[in-house]
Design a protein around this ligand. Structure first.
Ligand code: MF3
Ligand code: CO
Ligand code: CO
Length: 269
């Protein structure tokens, strides 16, 4: 059944949701987080990314939800699995995980018309010190970006917090992909940049729903998309990492919809 979108668009074209909408986002976000928790024990040397994707798809469908990515602009999988120098939108398939691979798994579920979108890093085999540091700093950038979220702050405050921490650790922020509004749609205004100037951009208001999903590189920030039309890689082939949460702005901060119910958001927790 068609359901009218709730809330209203503010002067920047960003949807402001009523407080009742948080429950739907919380449920969709929790299912997304559960799928990312579930897959953790299967990420091992020797497994294919296609096997991981099939498990995620089955988990989502068994829960009575649907994958937002299957059928999205021709994409055919329930997850994006991005290994080593793949920045995002890695396509699951016959690729076999090998010792020392780091990978991002990104899942978006639709539950009862609400979207939950989250990604985390995983490790196959032994983690190198360099990649451990990359993952740690990337996770910290996401949490620092989230810490900047409260009514009256701006989207520029989020980007500035992320950029300062990445560059302060001699890493770089990918400019070619950004976070996004979501709710009863997958991608909506605003573009949530992971770099920028404090105080710039639209003002945050209670009832906004969006993702923050910084991609942080060990080398230069530049990316290119491979001939498959999806896989984005670092141009210099150095490793990259990403974490993503879906959040809602509250009266005094934000609610993270996609927190791990078992506390496994970070790979070594
Ligand atoms: N989940 C991704 C995001 O964070 C989008 C993936 S679209 C796909 O916005 F088609 F590549 F799956
Ligand atoms: Co997203
Ligand atoms: Co995502």
């Amino acid at each position: 059944m068609h359901r009218a979108k709730t809330g209203f668009l503010n002067k920047d074209g960003i949807r402001i949701h009523p407080s009742e909408d948080f429950a739907g986002m919380r449920a969709a976000g929790q299912l997304t987080a559960e799928s990312l928790d579930m897959i953790a024990e299967f990420v091992k040397v020797g497994v294919t990314t296609g096997e991981l994707d099939a498990r995620i798809q089955a988990f989502i469908e068994d829960a009575g939800a649907v994958s937002a990515t299957i059928g999205y602009r021709g994409y055919e999988h329930a997850s994006c699995i991005s290994i080593n120098h793949v920045v995002c939108h890695g396509i699951p398939g016959s690729k076999v995980l090998k010792d020392g691979d780091i990978l991002n798994i990104d899942v978006t579920c639709i539950l009862d018309s609400w979207f939950g979108d989250s990604s985390r890093m995983y490790v196959a085999g032994k983690l190198s010190r360099r990649d451990e540091r990359l993952i740690e700093v990337t996770h910290e950038t996401l949490m620092l970006g989230i810490a900047a979220v409260k009514p009256g702050n701006t989207f520029g405050d989020i980007g500035a917090a992320i950029q300062a921490h990445a560059e302060g650790n001699r890493m770089t922020v990918v400019r070619d992909f950004c976070g996004h509004g979501l709710g009863q749609v997958f991608h909506s205004a605003p573009n949530v940049l992971h770099y920028g100037r404090a105080g710039s951009g639209a003002v945050l208001e209670e009832g906004m729903f969006f993702t923050i999903e910084p991609m942080i590189n060990l080398g230069k920030p530049f990316t290119k998309v491979l001939a498959d039309g999806w896989t984005a890689v670092t141009k210099d082939k150095k490793n990259t990492a990403q974490f993503e949460h879906s959040i809602g702005v509250t009266a005094d901060g934000c609610e993270i919809f996609t927190l791990s119910p078992t506390g496994k958001f970070y790979p070594t927790w």
